[in-house]
Design a protein around this ligand. Structure first.
Ligand SMILES: O=C(NCCCCCn1ccc2cnccc21)c1cc(-c2ccc(F)cc2)cc(O)c1O
Ligand SMILES: [Mg+2]
Length: 214
């Protein structure tokens, strides 16, 4: 039976990275994706911007939509102080199996709660089921046509507060035009575009940082 790309990425982490060393896990994935097989991690260039925003926000409770193999999960969780938590949602159970092992290899499993399911079903459960009061930071990296629906859902569920920072991947490639239009024109958001490139390529892409003004 053939292995999948996420399984081959995990093998590269287990071969090249040091257990308990998040930076070595990040480097192992970036090297695999740059030199062996492209994969849709946020990557090192956009990842550095993600690091800056996470460090600036220093969130107590963070949400990631779209775990994939756990690359951005590790990037975010490695910057979180003790007693803070990152909830990450993944729709594809096979991706989740790989991501759990990548996150564990980095030694970050105590900071991360990986939940398998669809954002539309899980976001309304965040307060009751997951004991979340509100999110300080949200990283959007899932289905591009769900970004706008899901920030409206987060608003409706009272999960955003004045100052919550939303950071969206792929606003140029593959692109999220309705989302961009909304956060850039709605007076309840203060938005800024960070120009970058599609992971491991020269194609333009970028991150949109939007602060919810309440
Ligand atoms: O599609 C992308 N990501 C989403 C994958 C599926 C997420 C599913 N999912 C996860 C949680 C969750 C919760 N609820 C509902 C659904 C949910 C993506 C694609 C590209 C890309 C690909 C080809 C190309 F030629 C150029 C660019 C680059 C990226 O960086 C990406 O992120
Ligand atoms: Mg992405």
């Amino acid at each position: 039976t053939w292995s999948t790309r996420p399984q081959r990425l995990l093998k590269a982490v287990q071969k090249k990275a040091t257990r308990g060393d998040p930076q070595s896990v990040i480097s192992a994935i970036d090297n695999f994706c740059r030199h062996k097989e492209w994969a849709m991690n946020v990557g090192d260039e956009k990842g550095a911007i993600l690091d800056c925003v996470v460090s600036e926000v220093n969130p107590s409770t963070a949400l990631e939509l779209g775990t994939y193999c756990g690359y951005s999960t590790v990037r975010i969780a490695r910057l979180l102080p003790p007693e803070t938590r990152l909830i990450t949602l993944e729709f594809n159970p096979d991706y989740a199996v790989v991501a759990r092992q990548v996150i564990a290899w980095a030694g970050l499993q105590d900071k991360v709660e990986l939940v398998v399911g669809a954002s539309g079903d899980l976001i309304p459960q965040m307060k009751q089921q997951f004991g979340v009061k509100e999110f300080d930071f949200v990283f959007l990296d899932h289905w591009k046509d769900r970004y706008l629906l899901d920030i409206k859902l987060l608003e409706e569920c009272g999960l955003l507060r004045r100052g919550t920072v939303l950071l969206a991947d792929n606003v140029i490639c593959p692109g999220t035009p309705e989302y961009l239009e909304y956060v850039r024109t709605n007076p309840r958001y203060e938005s800024r575009y960070f120009k970058s490139h599609l992971e491991y390529t020269k194609v333009e892409d970028g991150l949109e940082k939007s602060i919810f003004l309440g």
